[in-house]
Design a protein around this ligand. Structure first.
Ligand code: GSH
Length: 157
């Protein structure tokens, strides 16, 4: 099926060049969402950060104020020194490299570091998207009348 005008297929617009300015990272998450793993990693490294809730259950990821930060309208998102970083794996990798003392990735062993990345990729590309077919079924059927059939299985997130 060719890409359509659906927001699901929309490519994010190119990011404007931003001059890095050292700040406390801003971390955008939603309760009960896949951002939880990144949230745990922010806590694990123990460095200051600001957590900002964007409630997907309330549709807050579609609000213009958030789309201005992350045009893809998804969490997790992080502003690192004013620059946007999205995708669980990318933010986890950033935290591991930025805070090696936290031991989030076995950086001294390329095989083991890649093995950890293998798990992160599997969760992000296989496990997570399987759940999307249940909770966001309308995106896959293209038939909005089917949404009420699945809605009882949806949970807040
Ligand atoms: N591949 C992305 C998935 C991000 C994602 O889909 N996040 C969900 C929450 S679990 C979201 O923001 N959904 C909002 C929406 O679908 O409108 C990642 O690994 O971070």
């Amino acid at each position: 099926m060719p890409p359509t005008a659906s927001p699901f297929w929309r490519r994010p617009p190119a990011e404007p060049a931003r001059k890095p300015v050292a700040t406390v990272p801003r971390f955008y998450f939603s309760p009960n969402a896949c951002s939880l793993g990144v949230h745990i990693a922010f806590e694990e490294v123990g460095a200051p950060y600001q957590a900002i809730a964007v409630r997907v259950s309330e549709g807050e990821q579609k609000l213009p104020a958030f789309l201005e930060i992350n045009p893809m309208g998804r969490v997790p998102a992080a502003l690192i020194d004013g620059r946007l970083l999205t995708e669980c794996g990318a933010v986890l990798t950033y935290l591991a490299l930025r805070h090696p003392e936290a031991g989030l990735l076995p950086l001294g062993d390329p095989y083991l570091a890649a093995k950890a990345t293998e798990w992160i990729s599997w969760f992000a590309s296989t496990v997570h998207i399987s759940f999307a077919q249940i909770w966001r079924s309308e995106r896959f059927t293209g038939d909005p009348t089917l949404a009420p059939v699945w809605r009882p299985m949806h949970r807040s997130g």
